[in-house]
Design a protein around this ligand. Structure first.
Ligand SMILES: [Zn+2]
Length: 125
């Protein structure tokens, strides 16, 4: 994949085919020069045309989240067994509001695409 230079993806997600595209592959990684997250989607249209879309920084996260439901399996998941319970690979943040005894708390979780999550921080409002 490419950003400031060419580099190897950290992980590759294989996506389900849809009506228009097949052999859909989403590569993710961190640019070794500017350390921004980079996501690159490559897919083949039914007529053989190759479609590429890449995004970096916060837009890479958006691209990843928009394709989250279409992930079939990832290269890492395929290569290693799922023995970990802590989030790994591409981790994203989720904030949850919780009410207890007239107080409200925000619980911040780190989540991954394998269903693992970990509480990072609890802050009261
Ligand atoms: Zn870069």
């Amino acid at each position: 994949m490419r950003h400031c230079c060419r580099f190897k993806p950290d992980d590759v997600y294989y996506l389900y085919d849809n009506d228009l595209f097949s052999s859909r592959k989403l590569s993710i990684g961190f640019c070794p020069i500017c350390s921004k997250p980079v996501a690159e989607l490559i897919q083949f249209r039914f007529d053989g045309e190759v479609y590429k879309e890449s995004a970096s920084g916060i837009r890479a996260n958006d691209l990843m989240l928009s394709l989250q439901n279409q992930i079939w399996y990832s290269m890492r998941e395929y290569n290693y067994s799922r023995f970990k319970s802590r989030p790994w690979g591409w981790v994203y943040g989720v904030n949850k509001l919780q009410k207890a005894k007239h107080k409200e708390y925000i619980k911040q979780y780190a989540c991954d695409f394998y269903g693992n999550k970990e509480l990072v921080k609890t802050s009261s409002l």
